[in-house]
Design a protein around this ligand. Sequence first.
Ligand SMILES: Cc1cc2nc3c(=O)[nH]c(=O)nc-3n(C[C@H](O)[C@H](O)[C@H](O)COP(=O)(O)OP(=O)(O)OC[C@H]3O[C@@H](n4cnc5c(N)ncnc54)[C@H](O)[C@@H]3O)c2cc1C
Ligand code: FES
Length: 352
Amino acid sequence: MTVAITSDNLGEDIMPDTHRVTIGTDTKLHVAEGQSILDAALRANAWMPHSCTQGTCGTCKLKVLRGEVDHGASPEYTLTTAERADGLALGCMATPRSDLIVETLGVVDDGVPHHPLRDYTATVTELADIAANTRRLVVELDDDLTFNAGQYCELLIPGTTVGRQYSMASPPCDARQLEFHVKLTPGGLATDGWIFSSLKVGDAISLRGPLGQFNLVHEQTEPAILIGGGTGLAPLKSIVRHALEHALVPELFLYHGGRRQEDLYDVEYFTELSQQHNNFHYRPALSEEAWEGATGMVTDVVVADFTSCKGMSAYLCGPPAMVEAAVKSLKRRRMAPRKIFREEFTVAAKPL
Ligand SMILES: Cc1cc2nc3c(=O)[nH]c(=O)nc-3n(C[C@H](O)[C@H](O)[C@H](O)COP(=O)(O)OP(=O)(O)OC[C@H]3O[C@@H](n4cnc5c(N)ncnc54)[C@H](O)[C@@H]3O)c2cc1C
Ligand code: FES
């Protein structure tokens, strides 16, 4: 249980099996035994920078000024032994061992609204194969979920306490019905072991959300390039639908990269959308098959299409290698680094 309390009653209202955590100067929380600091903060609608919520990105690093934490399964590659000795911790993995005073290290972006993290139950209403080893999963929630276009939810694998992250492909105006795009990971717990094997329409699933800070920038006055690799298209679909519906971006260029035609999906949907909106351009690209469309690595196709990306911004999503390649390409084309927003589909760290 997490309760956001003010400094006035902190200390008088001591709850069993909780620790008092102070973040910065004015956020004070009760964090339950075994609960991560990030989970408690987001449930209390106290924003903390974060991205993957599984210990792999380091965005949620914080400094423990007083008290002791359990680092849980924080991997060494994200939080080194030296950093631990220096009092650093990952907000998404660390649980308090005592009352704490901490400060966040990442930048808190106040330009977008933040929505409290909550648990939901949902019913699967659609589960369809849409591309090679790729499924569309649509669920109906038991309550409205408020989120920003680009954010994700964590789906709980039945019979475990393990969750996996999947980005909403549906726009925020669909508060009860969420669409996800899921790629099969051979041997993967959530995909091979559940979504591509036993999950079926009518099943009840548990999830928590919204999570992540991959959002459409609030006042986006410049044209945007969106590049998705595989199911990295999911949050971009949400962003495109939201941006077009509310006329939030002057011009949008959506690139979707795959190896072969069988990897592409929603081609008709985006083609029609581009015919309906003069300011929306859609360009799928294939790296291993010649066809009538763009051929080559999606990042090379972008470089060939733009002689300069100065004065533009970008939203990149997909496997880390693709995202890295896209960042390099856009910088080569003179896009300002602070205008490049990214979501990497990192794989969960193996249990210690
Ligand atoms: C912010 C974010 C958003 C995401 N959004 C999406 C999305 O919209 N769509 C999407 O398709 N994916 C998305 N992902 C990726 C997704 O969360 C999962 O990582 C992916 O689906 C694989 O999960 P899994 O449980 O099937 O595989 P895992 O069980 O995590 O396995 C991954 C790999 O590790 C191997 N492995 C696992 N455990 C062990 C072990 N103990 N020893 C040795 N090898 C092991 C597996 O064999 C497999 O090759 C996102 C990830 C992040 C971080
Ligand atoms: S390491 Fe905590 S959010 Fe990524």
